[in-house]
Design a protein around this ligand. Structure first.
Ligand code: ADP
Ligand code: ZN
Ligand code: ZN
Length: 828
């Protein structure tokens, strides 16, 4: 009886829901629930609401109450989309924290957190899902109409579809169509992770021993190169071993055309095998049966022990010391206890290499999540994390937003990486720091790992806030690379430089190529030349939208802006004085590649930077070419510093270390050390000792010495002293305000206003407003105000409240018209 009364009353109550809209608005909005939906609403479910004049959005219910909003009359919500919540309570708490901490709105966090397909809006564009054949007989009338319309016009907005069906909300229909894989969100469908294939070669079984001899005699006469291949095959396949095509090419010295010919004659058979599947077949995979070294075993025990007391442990382990091996052990233990694991990696390190390595261990229970996935795939991972079928997620920074049920461990690999920080748009969060907060919500543990930890994390470990463990030797006794510093100035004087290469680097490269080993060259700039200058009047071409000089790109023959993408033809005479004496200053990866082709015409050279990896699969293709030895020299930007782990790379050249060291930023030394140590770590893994050549005008620079000595402790000591005296993190917290406006005078006034207001509260903790290094981007003039605060959380929270209030006050003045103010907490 009581039960009946309750349900009856529930049906009659007037309910209101607070929802998070995927917009940059300061507060949650309240909607009234129609009676018939009273039972359907729940926190974490999606609803369809109207906001503004006529736009519809998917919003998330963050609260349910019986209180009408005071300031406005609540509109009715239009529909509830989900049977079960798609966002958990923990996530909502996490969003709220992120918005508070990073001075943004929960709507902005929601936008970053949810895959687009989970947050349809009127403007969202829909296309057919081309991956599936559509069975039209299985469609209902409305679905049929939509599919038909998308056949004629490949892209429709949600509101187009509403018009088409003559009804106000179509989101429930679209939601079902998503689930049936009929439609997708229109977006540039990016490169996806595909299991890598490797070609294996075997001899056609009809050639048994006796026929073998005959075959051999014929081949020796008519096609000696093919005979070599067969011979090499017989050698390699001894004991029933499988023979891969690259191995066969290497052992026989034949080209792949020769193998192709043999396959065409059906003497040999080629077979494509998924690399990940391979490892399930073999039972002698060295890693699966890996036995930890004593050092690894001790460190593992120490991490376990420290987790009893501390929530976060920093693992400092030099490159190739077996950090990943330890992660795997800890992950295994965590899943065995029934909890989930998040393994965070920088986007660029999420290569098939590491994915396959983990798939070997964890098979189907591991999900992968990163920006190269399309939305459909992202939603699939989302659902599988939510329902618990994924025990482990391997992902880039945005995977901190996944709906984990019970997250026991987060591994943050390469924790020092700047790419954990999102620059734009808000939330400008650091995934490493966010992971630490997230983990606390689940009462889980965090393991930070790096060969070159951030100064902040190391400081936290030193003062006992984090636990600390250290792997000091490379696994299997592989030696650290030999590092040689070469003074460019001296070689210039002796006239032994060839273009940008010192004689030392040239010799090492030549020797490596003779030994059939590979080389990586690092130059931290893309394009051909960053500046073009008139020798007569010193004019340099600048971007029309930004305050930067244009970079010459030889491949396009144009001058490019690296900030906004603007391009123009490169001038043949000076636009200012008409002189024909134009010269290029500085050099980028394109020029290095270009000159190398002249100097070493026999070498196979490739370039890896933003320009060569834009196309689908391009990045992976270069990696494959490197691994399968289709190239000798790889020239690249910092992209080459990460995630590459190839046995045959034995020489690494840093073309110009000075461009790193001279960067005007308080983290410049830390960054340079990390970059140089990480790039060097690519040399001579697995077996061979590598050699690193660092070219510089300043060989005695202390950071270079610290890299040579592999002395992180020395770097740390220097840096921490400087940070203390100059009031930088980890002793102080920084909050940066970027103020942008199209009109420089308006900007000036706005920045002055904000500077003055903030100074009233914070005094000389306020620095600026100042023009940043690049003071105009995409036609917006920029000024920045930097705030420095003492570390304790209380005063920091108060400071953020004040900043928020000042910004709100500013927004209500006339002065703020057309301005953009972007707070960045813990800027990088
Ligand atoms: P890191 O992550 O510190 O750079 P990895 O975990 O990638 O180091 O280890 C470097 C190499 O050594 C890898 O090829 C890995 O397979 C191998 N390795 C590390 N530890 C072991 C072990 N205990 N048994 C077998 N191989 C190992
Ligand atoms: Zn000129
Ligand atoms: Zn520009």
């Amino acid at each position: 009886m009581l039960e009946f009364a309750e349900t009856y009353n529930a049906g009659r109550k007037t309910l209101f829901v607070d929802v998070i809209l995927p917009l940059a608005i300061a507060k949650n909005y309240t909607y009234r629930v129609p009676f018939e939906l009273n039972d359907a609403v729940a926190i974490g479910k999606r609803v369809v609401v109207q906001f503004g004049k006529s736009k519809l959005y998917t919003a998330i219910i963050a609260g349910i109450s019986e209180h009408a909003p005071e300031k406005y009359e609540a509109k009715y919500l239009m529909d509830v989309l989900d049977e079960q919540p798609v966002v958990t309570d923990v996530q909502l708490g996490f969003w709220q924290w992120m918005a508070n901490y990073y001075l943004c709105n929960t709507g902005e966090v929601m936008n970053a957190a949810l895959p687009s397909a989970l947050k349809l809006a009127s403007e969202t564009k829909i296309v057919l899902n081309k991956d599936y054949e559509i069975d039209r007989s299985g469609l209902n009338d409305k679905e049929y109409l939509i599919v038909d319309a998308l056949d004629i016009q490949p892209e429709l907005t949600v509101s187009d579809i509403a018009k088409l069906l003559g009804q106000k909300t179509v989101m429930p229909i679209l939601k079902i169509m998503f689930e049936k894989n009929l439609i997708m969100i229109s977006e540039t469908v990016n490169e996806r992770y595909k299991p890598r294939k490797r070609t294996y070669i075997k001899l056609n079984p009809i050639y048994q021993h006796d026929q073998m001899r005959e075959l051999f005699e014929i081949l020796e006469k008519r096609a000696p190169k093919q005979a070599d291949v067969v011979l090499a095959y017989l050698n390699l396949s001894r004991g029933g071993k499988k023979v891969s095509k690259p191995d066969l090419i290497e052992a026989s010295g034949a080209s792949s055309a020769v193998i192709k010919a043999l396959v065409e004659k059906e003497i040999m058979i080629a077979e494509d095998v998924n690399v990940s599947r391979l490892f399930f077949e073999g039972d002698n995979d060295p890693e699966l049966t890996a036995v930890l070294s004593d050092e690894q075993e001790n460190v593992l025990a120490s991490i376990r022990e420290q987790f009893e007391q501390k929530d976060v442990v920093l693992l400092h382990g030099i490159t190739s010391s077996g950090k990943t091996q330890l992660y795997i052990k800890l992950i295994e233990e965590m899943i065995a206890s029934g909890r989930q694991v998040l393994y965070l990696l920088p986007e660029i390190a999420l290569t098939t290499h590491i994915i396959e390595r983990l798939r070997r261990y964890f098979g189907e229970s591991i999900g992968v999540y990163h920006s190269r996935f399309n939305d459909q795939e992202r939603v699939e991972v989302w659902q599988k994390v939510l329902d618990g079928s994924y025990k482990i997620v391997l992902g880039a920074r945005s995977s901190v937003f996944l709906p984990f049920a019970d997250l026991g461990l987060i591994v943050v690999d390469e924790e020092h990486e700047t790419s954990y920080k999102q620059f734009d748009p808000a939330p400008r969060y650091n995934a490493r720091d966010a992971a630490i907060y997230l983990s606390a919500l689940y009462q889980g543990k965090v393991l930070l790992g790096s060969a070159t930890p951030s100064i902040e994390s190391y400081y936290n470990a030193q003062n006992g806030k984090f636990g600390f463990a250290e792997l000091k030797t490379r696994y299997g006794g592989v030696e650290m690379p030999q590092i040689e510093v070469v003074n460019i100035a001296e070689e210039l004087k002796k006239k032994t430089m060839q273009s940008h290469f010192t004689s030392v680097l040239m010799d090492d490269m030549k020797q490596a190529i003779e030994r059939k080993e590979q080389i990586i060259l690092f130059q931290n700039r893309r394009g051909y030349a960053p500046v073009m200058m008139c020798k007569t009047c010193a004019f340099t071409p600048k971007c029309i939208n930004c305050d930067v000089s244009l970079t010459f790109h030889k491949s396009s023959g144009k001058m490019h802006c690296h900030y906004c993408g603007y391009k123009e033809d490169s001038p043949t005479t000076c636009p200012a004085c008409g002189s024909a004496h134009l010269e290029y200053k500085g050099f980028g990866t394109e020029k290095v590649e270009d000159e190398l082709t002249v100097l070493m015409p026999e070498a196979r050279i490739m370039r890896m930077d933003l320009d060569t990896t834009r196309a689908k699969n391009a990045f992976q293709n270069i990696m494959n070419d490197l691994e399968e030895k289709r190239l000798d020299i790889l020239v690249g930007t910092q992209m080459v510093a990460k995630g590459l782990d190839f046995a045959d790379v034995t020489v690494i050249g840093i073309i110009n270390a000075d461009s790193l060291l001279k960067y005007p930023d308080f983290r410049a030394n830390e960054r340079s050390f990390q970059m140089l140590a990480q790039v060097s770590g690519r040399a001579g893994r697995r077996g061979k000792q590598g050699k690193v050549v660092i070219q510089t005008y300043d060989p005695s620079h202390r950071v270079i010495q610290q890299v040579i000595d592999n002395d992180y402790a020395a770097l740390y000591k220097n840096e921490i002293d400087e940070r203390k005296s100059f009031k930088y993190p980890p002793f102080y917290r920084l909050i940066q305000l970027d103020i942008k406006h199209k009109d420089p005078d308006m900007l000036y006034q706005q920045a002055e206003f904000l500077g003055t207001e903030l100074r009233k509260h914070f005094g000389d903790r306020v620095i600026g407003p100042e023009y940043p290094l690049v003071s105009r981007i995409r036609n917006f003039y920029i000024k920045t105000i930097m705030l420095k605060f003492e570390r304790d959380a209380d005063s920091l929270n108060k400071a953020k409240d004040i900043i928020r209030a000042v910004l709100l006050q500013f927004q209500t003045t006339k002065l703020s018209k057309g301005s953009l103010v972007q707070p960045d907490v813990d800027p990088y």
